[in-house]
Design a protein around this ligand. Structure first.
Ligand code: KG4
Ligand code: ZN
Length: 340
Protein backbone atom coordinates (compact mmCIF):
# COMPACT_ATOMS: atom_id res chain seq x y z
CA UNK A 1 0.00 0.00 0.00
CA UNK A 2 1.48 3.42 -0.90
CA UNK A 3 2.38 5.63 2.08
CA UNK A 4 -0.16 8.34 2.85
CA UNK A 5 0.88 11.79 1.62
CA UNK A 6 1.87 14.45 4.09
CA UNK A 7 0.16 17.78 3.40
CA UNK A 8 1.16 20.76 5.55
CA UNK A 9 -0.65 24.09 5.62
CA UNK A 10 1.62 26.83 6.96
CA UNK A 11 0.79 30.32 8.19
CA UNK A 12 3.29 33.16 8.67
CA UNK A 13 2.27 36.44 10.34
CA UNK A 14 5.29 37.55 12.38
CA UNK A 15 5.58 41.09 11.01
CA UNK A 16 3.77 42.89 8.19
CA UNK A 17 3.23 40.11 5.61
CA UNK A 18 0.32 37.70 5.86
CA UNK A 19 1.38 34.47 4.17
CA UNK A 20 0.12 30.93 3.70
CA UNK A 21 1.72 27.98 1.93
CA UNK A 22 0.93 24.35 1.23
CA UNK A 23 3.62 21.68 1.06
CA UNK A 24 2.80 18.17 -0.14
CA UNK A 25 5.37 15.41 0.47
CA UNK A 26 8.23 17.88 0.70
CA UNK A 27 7.27 19.94 -2.37
CA UNK A 28 5.80 23.45 -2.24
CA UNK A 29 2.43 23.48 -4.02
CA UNK A 30 1.30 27.02 -3.07
CA UNK A 31 3.06 30.06 -1.62
CA UNK A 32 0.75 33.07 -1.17
CA UNK A 33 1.69 36.39 0.38
CA UNK A 34 -0.26 39.58 1.08
CA UNK A 35 1.93 42.59 1.87
CA UNK A 36 0.73 45.61 3.84
CA UNK A 37 1.15 48.92 2.02
CA UNK A 38 -0.34 50.83 4.95
CA UNK A 39 3.06 51.07 6.75
CA UNK A 40 4.94 52.72 3.89
CA UNK A 41 3.76 56.26 4.70
CA UNK A 42 5.03 55.89 8.31
CA UNK A 43 8.55 54.75 7.34
CA UNK A 44 8.27 51.61 9.49
CA UNK A 45 5.87 48.91 10.63
CA UNK A 46 3.07 50.11 12.97
CA UNK A 47 2.23 47.02 15.12
CA UNK A 48 -1.43 47.93 15.71
CA UNK A 49 -2.06 48.39 11.98
CA UNK A 50 -0.16 45.17 11.17
CA UNK A 51 -2.41 43.14 13.51
CA UNK A 52 -5.56 44.58 11.97
CA UNK A 53 -4.36 43.94 8.41
CA UNK A 54 -3.46 40.31 9.29
CA UNK A 55 -6.97 39.87 10.62
CA UNK A 56 -8.55 40.89 7.31
CA UNK A 57 -5.97 39.14 5.09
CA UNK A 58 -5.59 35.77 6.77
CA UNK A 59 -8.73 33.98 5.62
CA UNK A 60 -8.44 34.92 1.89
CA UNK A 61 -4.70 34.12 1.91
CA UNK A 62 -5.28 30.64 3.40
CA UNK A 63 -8.19 29.96 1.03
CA UNK A 64 -6.06 31.00 -1.94
CA UNK A 65 -3.20 28.74 -0.86
CA UNK A 66 -5.50 25.71 -0.54
CA UNK A 67 -7.16 26.47 -3.89
CA UNK A 68 -3.79 26.83 -5.65
CA UNK A 69 -2.60 23.54 -4.16
CA UNK A 70 -5.87 21.90 -5.24
CA UNK A 71 -6.41 20.57 -1.73
CA UNK A 72 -9.49 20.51 0.52
CA UNK A 73 -8.95 21.46 4.18
CA UNK A 74 -9.79 17.92 5.32
CA UNK A 75 -6.89 16.54 3.26
CA UNK A 76 -4.36 18.40 5.44
CA UNK A 77 -2.08 16.38 7.73
CA UNK A 78 -1.12 19.25 10.06
CA UNK A 79 -1.23 23.03 10.53
CA UNK A 80 2.07 24.85 11.06
CA UNK A 81 2.32 28.48 12.16
CA UNK A 82 4.99 30.99 13.19
CA UNK A 83 5.30 31.01 16.98
CA UNK A 84 7.89 33.81 17.15
CA UNK A 85 9.94 35.94 17.28
CA UNK A 86 7.96 38.88 15.93
CA UNK A 87 5.30 41.43 16.78
CA UNK A 88 3.01 39.92 19.42
CA UNK A 89 -0.18 41.38 17.93
CA UNK A 90 0.71 39.94 14.51
CA UNK A 91 1.76 36.54 15.87
CA UNK A 92 -1.48 36.19 17.85
CA UNK A 93 -3.57 36.49 14.68
CA UNK A 94 -1.70 33.65 12.94
CA UNK A 95 -1.57 31.49 16.08
CA UNK A 96 -5.28 31.99 16.80
CA UNK A 97 -6.23 31.13 13.23
CA UNK A 98 -4.01 28.02 13.18
CA UNK A 99 -5.40 26.80 16.51
CA UNK A 100 -8.99 27.29 15.32
CA UNK A 101 -8.27 25.33 12.16
CA UNK A 102 -6.49 22.54 14.05
CA UNK A 103 -9.49 22.19 16.39
CA UNK A 104 -12.03 22.28 13.55
CA UNK A 105 -10.14 19.69 11.46
CA UNK A 106 -8.85 17.67 14.42
CA UNK A 107 -5.28 17.85 13.04
CA UNK A 108 -1.95 18.32 14.84
CA UNK A 109 -0.60 21.83 15.38
CA UNK A 110 3.07 22.69 14.79
CA UNK A 111 4.61 25.86 16.24
CA UNK A 112 7.62 27.04 14.22
CA UNK A 113 10.40 29.44 15.12
CA UNK A 114 10.66 32.12 12.41
CA UNK A 115 14.47 32.07 12.32
CA UNK A 116 14.59 28.29 12.26
CA UNK A 117 12.24 28.58 9.26
CA UNK A 118 14.51 31.07 7.46
CA UNK A 119 17.27 28.44 7.67
CA UNK A 120 14.86 25.65 6.64
CA UNK A 121 14.06 27.68 3.49
CA UNK A 122 17.41 26.38 2.19
CA UNK A 123 16.02 22.80 2.12
CA UNK A 124 13.08 23.70 -0.16
CA UNK A 125 15.29 23.57 -3.22
CA UNK A 126 18.55 22.10 -1.94
CA UNK A 127 18.13 18.84 -0.05
CA UNK A 128 19.99 16.64 0.52
CA UNK A 129 22.82 19.06 1.06
CA UNK A 130 26.09 18.03 2.74
CA UNK A 131 26.08 18.54 6.51
CA UNK A 132 27.23 20.02 8.78
CA UNK A 133 26.06 23.19 7.06
CA UNK A 134 26.96 26.70 8.14
CA UNK A 135 24.15 29.18 7.49
CA UNK A 136 24.42 32.96 7.52
CA UNK A 137 20.96 34.24 8.41
CA UNK A 138 20.52 37.91 7.63
CA UNK A 139 17.11 39.54 8.07
CA UNK A 140 15.57 42.82 9.19
CA UNK A 141 15.66 41.78 12.83
CA UNK A 142 18.52 39.23 13.03
CA UNK A 143 22.05 38.53 11.90
CA UNK A 144 23.16 35.06 12.97
CA UNK A 145 25.54 32.27 12.10
CA UNK A 146 23.87 28.90 12.58
CA UNK A 147 25.39 25.44 12.57
CA UNK A 148 23.09 22.71 11.15
CA UNK A 149 23.89 19.02 11.77
CA UNK A 150 22.86 15.86 9.89
CA UNK A 151 19.50 15.75 11.71
CA UNK A 152 18.64 19.37 10.91
CA UNK A 153 19.41 20.32 14.54
CA UNK A 154 20.44 23.97 14.68
CA UNK A 155 22.88 25.71 16.98
CA UNK A 156 23.44 29.44 17.17
CA UNK A 157 27.17 30.13 17.00
CA UNK A 158 27.22 33.90 16.48
CA UNK A 159 24.91 36.89 16.35
CA UNK A 160 24.81 40.67 16.33
CA UNK A 161 25.30 42.68 19.50
CA UNK A 162 23.11 45.53 18.26
CA UNK A 163 21.50 46.21 14.88
CA UNK A 164 20.81 43.48 12.35
CA UNK A 165 22.28 43.82 8.84
CA UNK A 166 18.83 44.56 7.34
CA UNK A 167 18.11 47.09 10.07
CA UNK A 168 21.43 48.86 9.35
CA UNK A 169 20.59 49.00 5.62
CA UNK A 170 17.05 50.24 6.35
CA UNK A 171 18.32 52.92 8.75
CA UNK A 172 21.01 54.01 6.28
CA UNK A 173 18.33 54.26 3.60
CA UNK A 174 16.20 56.41 5.89
CA UNK A 175 19.17 58.78 6.46
CA UNK A 176 19.46 59.01 2.68
CA UNK A 177 15.76 59.86 2.27
CA UNK A 178 14.83 56.52 0.68
CA UNK A 179 11.48 54.77 1.29
CA UNK A 180 10.95 51.96 3.83
CA UNK A 181 12.14 49.21 3.76
CA UNK A 182 15.29 50.69 2.26
CA UNK A 183 17.37 47.52 1.70
CA UNK A 184 16.05 46.85 -1.83
CA UNK A 185 16.49 50.56 -2.79
CA UNK A 186 20.12 50.52 -1.61
CA UNK A 187 20.63 47.34 -3.63
CA UNK A 188 19.20 48.93 -6.78
CA UNK A 189 21.01 52.27 -6.46
CA UNK A 190 24.31 50.54 -5.66
CA UNK A 191 24.43 49.03 -9.14
CA UNK A 192 25.19 52.51 -10.53
CA UNK A 193 27.64 53.52 -7.80
CA UNK A 194 31.29 52.96 -6.88
CA UNK A 195 31.72 50.60 -3.90
CA UNK A 196 35.12 52.08 -3.07
CA UNK A 197 34.01 55.74 -3.08
CA UNK A 198 33.75 56.02 0.75
CA UNK A 199 34.68 53.96 3.80
CA UNK A 200 32.75 53.64 7.04
CA UNK A 201 34.00 52.14 10.29
CA UNK A 202 33.56 48.42 10.93
CA UNK A 203 33.65 46.65 14.30
CA UNK A 204 36.30 44.06 15.23
CA UNK A 205 34.77 41.56 17.61
CA UNK A 206 35.85 38.18 19.01
CA UNK A 207 34.38 34.83 17.93
CA UNK A 208 31.55 35.11 15.41
CA UNK A 209 29.87 38.25 16.69
CA UNK A 210 28.61 41.12 14.56
CA UNK A 211 27.92 44.79 15.28
CA UNK A 212 26.47 47.32 12.86
CA UNK A 213 25.77 50.34 15.07
CA UNK A 214 29.25 51.89 14.53
CA UNK A 215 28.96 51.60 10.75
CA UNK A 216 25.56 53.27 10.85
CA UNK A 217 26.81 56.11 13.10
CA UNK A 218 29.83 56.54 10.85
CA UNK A 219 27.47 57.11 7.90
CA UNK A 220 25.44 59.61 9.96
CA UNK A 221 28.56 61.71 10.80
CA UNK A 222 29.81 61.44 7.23
CA UNK A 223 26.50 62.84 5.93
CA UNK A 224 26.46 65.61 8.55
CA UNK A 225 29.92 66.75 7.43
CA UNK A 226 28.88 67.23 3.79
CA UNK A 227 27.54 70.34 2.09
CA UNK A 228 23.76 70.43 1.44
CA UNK A 229 22.78 68.45 -1.67
CA UNK A 230 25.85 66.17 -1.52
CA UNK A 231 23.90 63.00 -0.60
CA UNK A 232 21.35 63.55 -3.36
CA UNK A 233 24.07 64.13 -5.96
CA UNK A 234 26.25 61.16 -5.00
CA UNK A 235 23.51 58.79 -3.79
CA UNK A 236 24.60 55.72 -5.85
CA UNK A 237 28.22 56.04 -4.61
CA UNK A 238 27.13 56.35 -0.96
CA UNK A 239 24.73 53.40 -1.28
CA UNK A 240 27.29 51.21 -3.07
CA UNK A 241 29.99 52.02 -0.47
CA UNK A 242 27.75 51.38 2.52
CA UNK A 243 26.35 48.18 1.02
CA UNK A 244 29.84 46.94 0.17
CA UNK A 245 30.97 47.52 3.73
CA UNK A 246 27.97 45.58 5.14
CA UNK A 247 28.54 42.72 2.68
CA UNK A 248 32.32 42.46 3.22
CA UNK A 249 31.83 42.52 6.99
CA UNK A 250 29.25 39.68 6.83
CA UNK A 251 31.63 37.66 4.65
CA UNK A 252 34.63 38.33 6.91
CA UNK A 253 32.94 36.85 10.00
CA UNK A 254 31.49 33.95 8.00
CA UNK A 255 34.91 33.22 6.50
CA UNK A 256 36.40 33.04 9.99
CA UNK A 257 33.75 30.44 10.96
CA UNK A 258 34.44 28.41 7.78
CA UNK A 259 38.18 28.32 8.44
CA UNK A 260 37.78 27.34 12.12
CA UNK A 261 34.80 24.97 11.98
CA UNK A 262 35.15 23.43 8.50
CA UNK A 263 31.50 22.91 7.46
CA UNK A 264 30.63 20.59 4.55
CA UNK A 265 28.45 23.28 2.92
CA UNK A 266 27.41 26.89 3.39
CA UNK A 267 24.06 28.63 3.00
CA UNK A 268 22.64 32.13 3.02
CA UNK A 269 19.09 32.95 4.13
CA UNK A 270 16.78 35.70 5.42
CA UNK A 271 15.46 38.85 3.74
CA UNK A 272 18.88 40.43 3.18
CA UNK A 273 19.95 37.35 1.19
CA UNK A 274 17.82 38.90 -1.57
CA UNK A 275 20.65 41.45 -1.91
CA UNK A 276 22.32 40.98 -5.28
CA UNK A 277 25.84 41.92 -4.15
CA UNK A 278 25.66 39.62 -1.12
CA UNK A 279 24.41 36.72 -3.26
CA UNK A 280 27.18 37.21 -5.81
CA UNK A 281 30.01 37.49 -3.26
CA UNK A 282 28.66 34.63 -1.10
CA UNK A 283 28.76 32.29 -4.12
CA UNK A 284 32.33 33.46 -4.86
CA UNK A 285 33.31 32.70 -1.27
CA UNK A 286 31.81 29.19 -1.54
CA UNK A 287 33.84 28.58 -4.70
CA UNK A 288 36.99 29.88 -3.02
CA UNK A 289 36.60 27.20 -0.29
CA UNK A 290 35.31 24.56 -2.73
CA UNK A 291 32.09 24.20 -0.71
CA UNK A 292 28.55 23.48 -1.98
CA UNK A 293 26.76 26.82 -1.58
CA UNK A 294 23.00 27.21 -1.24
CA UNK A 295 20.93 30.36 -1.50
CA UNK A 296 17.13 30.07 -1.70
CA UNK A 297 15.25 31.69 -4.61
CA UNK A 298 14.10 35.26 -3.96
CA UNK A 299 10.55 34.23 -3.04
CA UNK A 300 11.88 32.08 -0.18
CA UNK A 301 14.38 34.69 1.10
CA UNK A 302 12.10 37.43 2.42
CA UNK A 303 9.28 36.54 4.82
CA UNK A 304 7.10 33.77 3.38
CA UNK A 305 5.07 30.77 4.54
CA UNK A 306 6.85 28.19 2.35
CA UNK A 307 9.76 28.24 4.79
CA UNK A 308 7.32 27.67 7.69
CA UNK A 309 5.86 24.75 5.73
CA UNK A 310 9.32 23.21 5.19
CA UNK A 311 10.23 23.58 8.88
CA UNK A 312 6.76 22.20 9.69
CA UNK A 313 7.34 19.18 7.45
CA UNK A 314 10.61 18.37 9.25
CA UNK A 315 8.85 18.79 12.62
CA UNK A 316 5.98 16.56 11.40
CA UNK A 317 8.44 13.76 10.64
CA UNK A 318 9.78 14.07 14.20
CA UNK A 319 6.18 14.20 15.52
CA UNK A 320 7.13 17.48 17.14
CA UNK A 321 3.58 18.78 17.74
CA UNK A 322 2.39 21.37 20.22
CA UNK A 323 -0.65 21.59 22.47
CA UNK A 324 -3.53 23.98 21.90
CA UNK A 325 -2.31 26.02 24.87
CA UNK A 326 0.89 26.98 22.95
CA UNK A 327 1.72 30.71 23.22
CA UNK A 328 3.58 32.85 20.69
CA UNK A 329 6.78 34.61 21.84
CA UNK A 330 7.98 38.06 20.75
CA UNK A 331 11.67 37.26 21.41
CA UNK A 332 13.53 34.04 20.76
CA UNK A 333 14.16 32.25 24.07
CA UNK A 334 17.88 32.35 24.84
CA UNK A 335 20.17 29.81 26.47
CA UNK A 336 23.55 28.18 26.11
CA UNK A 337 24.08 28.11 22.33
CA UNK A 338 20.36 27.34 22.14
CA UNK A 339 18.48 27.56 18.90
CA UNK A 340 14.96 26.23 18.63
O1 KG4 B 1 13.50 38.24 6.48
P1 KG4 B 1 12.77 39.51 6.22
O2 KG4 B 1 11.80 39.55 5.08
O3 KG4 B 1 12.01 39.98 7.50
C1 KG4 B 1 12.53 39.80 8.78
O4 KG4 B 1 12.34 38.69 9.33
O5 KG4 B 1 13.21 40.75 9.25
O6 KG4 B 1 13.90 40.63 6.01
C2 KG4 B 1 13.56 41.96 5.77
C3 KG4 B 1 14.84 42.73 5.54
C4 KG4 B 1 14.64 44.23 5.49
O7 KG4 B 1 15.61 44.84 6.32
C5 KG4 B 1 14.89 44.56 4.02
O8 KG4 B 1 15.41 45.86 3.82
C6 KG4 B 1 15.91 43.50 3.65
O9 KG4 B 1 15.44 42.33 4.29
N1 KG4 B 1 16.00 43.29 2.20
C7 KG4 B 1 17.07 43.62 1.48
C8 KG4 B 1 16.78 43.31 0.13
N2 KG4 B 1 15.52 42.79 0.08
C9 KG4 B 1 15.06 42.78 1.37
N3 KG4 B 1 18.25 44.16 1.85
C10 KG4 B 1 19.15 44.39 0.88
N4 KG4 B 1 18.93 44.12 -0.43
C11 KG4 B 1 17.77 43.59 -0.85
N5 KG4 B 1 17.59 43.32 -2.14
ZN1 ZN C 1 12.04 37.04 8.47
Amino acid sequence: MPAESVNILAIESSCDDTAAAVLCDGKIRANIIAGQEVHRMYGGVIPELAGRAHQSNILPVVQQALAQAGLAANELSAIAFTRGPGLMGSLLVGAGFAKGLAIALNKPLIGIDHLHAHVSAVFIEHDPIPKPMLCLLVSGGHTQLIWVDEHHNMELIGSTLDDAAGEALDKAAKMLGLPYPGGPFIDRLSREGRPDAHTFSTARLPDYQFSFSGMKTSLLYFLKAQVPGFAEQYLPDICASFQEQVVQYLLKVTRKAIVNLKPASIALSGGVSANSRLRETFVEMGAEFGLPTCIPSFEYCTDNAAMIAMAGYLAYQRKDFCGLDVMPYARQPSGDGAFL
